[in-house]
Design a protein around this ligand. Structure first.
Ligand code: SAH
Length: 419
């Protein structure tokens, strides 16, 4: 059962057993993972230019005896041109390159596999980090934008039973630079024409890959700065084109609202009532639906950004018309025009007993929301034909230690984006 330690800063114990109850229809409780904010691995990625703001980079350079203007130069190589290897920087003296690669530009992430789907409009990359941990990112081209879905943690500690990454447990938090480097590499891939229909510009970033971004809060906020701050500080992307998705860590939502970076907030709600959400989203044992929706509304008021509600439609689980009506009522009770709903047909995951709702149930759910004035857009599932292979590869490696004790089958992470 849930236990709360009132004094701790997260207000949740390091490890919380979410519930002893099983979701309807589940067969065994033995393998139920527990929420964790503690990484299994302690290693820290090598310190990198993208971990620091420009002043920090200058400081590092001055410590090794180089002038401050070099920080500007290296930062422009990295953020403007996507170049991270000092050997490729002809305007950086050869004698300086080795020191720079050790202090500010160590190699961070290595591509393991790259899979294409949707006629080359989706590319899913599997990356290996310095310690062998693996994460995925997915690049998706749409008619009016190109979006990258990135990971903020290797694995995830939130233990949602329908989510592949949730079954893996938390391996470790990514560093700011490990997050930012996924974006740099995607910008390069876009510019080089890796997606079909030729070169394009990366316009959107969603924190919807592996991990709970708000559980790696400081690192993610720094990464947001690198994404939105203009060069030489960062890439200069538009905050409105960046989405941070969360299971609902309420205090961190409020904190994010006060950061002055008006990114879009997505809330993985999946149920409008605590009875069901307690089962689907273990952290609901700490922050209830009402508290979460209040925080989402405060986020809208503070930032002016319309909040997204994510809702994976699970057959006979959360897809009843009465739940759609309850969701609409809960949202409307807090105001109008502040939120939209993104139902997602559940991505079935091997080892999970749940399946996607029928088309009929999905339509009725959507119509019920729309009839109550809630803007609702069904998400398409990008890369569904490569999800399995690639997602299973990442999870298979990281799941090994877990599988030995739980017998859990590897399942695939979700990678989707609204059209
Ligand atoms: N931890 C954050 C970021 C991950 S975003 C969060 O939960 O919001 C990934 C999104 O995909 C979340 O909305 C998650 O609930 C959803 N998701 C996970 N597994 C899924 C599945 N099998 N089918 C559809 N959506 C899923």
């Amino acid at each position: 059962m849930m236990t709360v330690s009132p004094g701790s800063s997260t207000r949740v114990r390091r490890e919380v057993r979410p519930t002893d109850q099983l979701p309807e229809g589940a067969t065994s409780s033995k393998a139920r993972p527990i929420i964790s904010f503690t990484a299994r691995r302690r290693g820290k990625a090598p310190s990198h230019l993208a971990d620091l703001d420009l002043d920090g980079r200058k400081k590092v350079l001055s410590e090794v005896g180089f002038p401050a203007f070099r920080a500007d130069q290296l930062s422009r190589h990295y953020f403007e041109h996507g170049v991270a290897d000092p050997e490729l920087m002809s305007d950086v003296p050869a004698s300086m390159r080795e020191v720079v690669s050790q202090t500010l530009l160590p190699h961070l992430i290595t591509k393991v596999t790259s899979l294409r789907a949707d006629d080359g409009e989706t590319i899913k990359d599997l990356w290996e980090l310095f310690d062998g941990a693996r994460v995925e990112s997915v690049l998706m081209r749409y008619p009016n934008r190109t979006t990258l879905c990135i990971s903020s943690q290797a694995g995830c500690g939130m233990a949602c039973p329908f989510c592949a990454t949730g079954q893996m447990g938390l391996t470790r938090n990514l560093s700011t630079a490990e997050i930012v480097d996924q974006v740099r590499l995607a910008r390069l891939a876009c510019a080089e024409g890796a997606l079909s229909e030729g070169p394009t510009h990366l316009s959107n970033v969603v924190f919807m890959g592996m991990g709970e971004p708000l559980a790696n809060y400081r690192t993610v906020v720094q990464a947001l700065h690198r994404l939105v701050d203009p060069a030489p500080e960062g890439f200069g992307m538009s905050a409105r084109n960046i989405t941070v998705s969360t299971v609902g860590l309420v205090p961190s939502i409020d904190r994010l609202a006060g950061e002055g970076i008006p990114v879009t907030l997505a809330v993985s709600l999946h149920a409008p009532d605590d009875d069901l959400r307690d089962e689907l989203i273990p952290i609901n044992s700490r922050w209830k639906v009402g508290e979460l929706l209040d925080a989402a509304r405060r986020y809208f008021v503070a930032t002016g950004r319309r909040v997204s509600i994510e809702y994976a439609l699970i057959r006979d689980m959360n897809d009843q018309p009465w739940r759609a009506q309850l969701l609409a009522d809960e949202l409307n009770r807090r105001g109008h025009g502040w939120v939209h709903v993104n139902p997602i047909p559940l991505n079935p995951t091997p080892g999970s007993i749940w399946t996607a709702s029928t088309r009929r149930a999905q339509n009725e759910f959507v119509e019920t929301l729309r009839a109550s004035g809630i803007v609702t857009t069904i998400r398409d599932t990008r890369g569904s034909d490569i999800d399995g292979a690639c997602g299973q590869l990442a999870t298979a490696v990281q799941n090994r230690e877990r599988n030995q004790s739980t017998g859990h089958a590897p399942v695939r992470p979700n990678t989707q984006e609204a059209r």
